[in-house]
Design a binder for this molecule. Sequence first.
Ligand SMILES: N[C@@H](CCC(=O)N[C@@H](CS)C(=O)NCC(=O)O)C(=O)O
Length: 237
Amino acid sequence: MNGHVDQDVGTTERLLYWGSGSAPSWRVLAMLREKNLDFQSRMIEFDTGTPSLTDGHRAHRLCAACIHGYWKRLAFDRALMPDETGEHKSENIMALNPRGQVPILKDGDAVLTESLAVLLYLEQQYAKPSLMPEPVTPRVLQLALESNNLHQQLLSVLLTKAEDPTFSQVPTKLKQELKLWEDHLGSGRYLCGDDFTLADIAVGPLLLSLERQKAAFERFPKLAAYIGVLKKQIVPA
Ligand SMILES: N[C@@H](CCC(=O)N[C@@H](CS)C(=O)NCC(=O)O)C(=O)O
């Protein structure tokens, strides 16, 4: 049975630490599900009362840790910030990932802390069902890793009002990034044709997170259609 709830599930030696609203975590959850892999699920709590986290953000399950981190990068007055007491900074998590970030996957003796590394590892380690065409298609690898550019831009919109349905607050750089992904989509159902691949798992949760923020995709019709497809394939996290 696949675990993606806030409790231990299964009896395997596979354990995933993840956070609600965390797109990188969502990638790993989606991958484990596609691979039909059992795991114990540990959803960590990183909402420590971040002042910028509105009810709208909470309702839309946006990543509290990202919002917090974004304020910090903007050099928001540290005195106004709560201490980073969220579970992601606990001794237990820091011992596994000194960056204090999730997702973290323990698989037997292996510990992986970067979501894209986890995807590649799982694909390599558990080949079936395959999410990588054989022979390896450069495009799948290219787009899977290129998705990190979109992730960077996604972080920049986390502070826009979750209730804003117009997408008017979306920074120009994000729009430019979305245009690139619009152009990446061809006539196939997915990013690399008609097969669901690792590239879709890398990109999907990022787009679904944006959609969760009520971002309107009217000016990106291919992306809008793709998101509709992804919503049927990728379980919310
Ligand atoms: N590059 C990492 C990013 C992981 C990440 O940013 N995780 C966030 C949640 S979405 C986190 O744990 N942030 C806590 C912090 O940075 O303090 C990955 O892809 O796994």
